[in-house]
Design a binder for this molecule. Structure first.
Ligand SMILES: [Zn+2]
Length: 117
């Protein structure tokens, strides 16, 4: 069987989407929320990853980087999709075996990324 663990995170950031025909063209902010799911075998402790280690890694790689920042300083086009892909790449580069990532830009709009494997 496959075992996955998930932890939830949040940060607040501003952005603007220059190509957008509507109000998203204007400077505004979001309370971003995201879930990181990690898959893998259980280690000798009986866990995929310690939830505290997962928290620390994600906060270091993502939350500390983007919280209370202007996302256009990091992205030419900070859509939720491109932000989610960036988060995924950062976490994989940090050594996490990410199986799923879900990022909410608003309470009713989210992006989901799934591992190909
Ligand atoms: Zn927006």
């Amino acid at each position: 069987m496959r075992t996955r663990v998930t932890r939830s995170f949040a940060f607040e950031a501003a952005h603007e989407l220059p190509w957008h025909p509507g109000k998203c063209k204007r400077l505004h902010g979001h309370n971003y929320r995201f879930e990181v799911t990690v898959e893998g075998p259980l280690d000798e402790r009986g866990v995929v990853i310690d939830f505290d280690d997962l928290k620390r890694m994600v906060e270091t790689e993502v939350v500390d980087r983007y919280d209370h920042r202007y996302l256009n300083d990091f992205f030419d086009n900070p859509t939720a999709e491109l932000l989610a892909q960036d988060v995924w790449k950062r976490l994989e580069a940090a050594g996490l075996r990410v199986a799923r990532l879900r990022l909410w830009e608003t309470s009713d709009s989210s992006v989901e990324l799934l591992a190909d494997r």
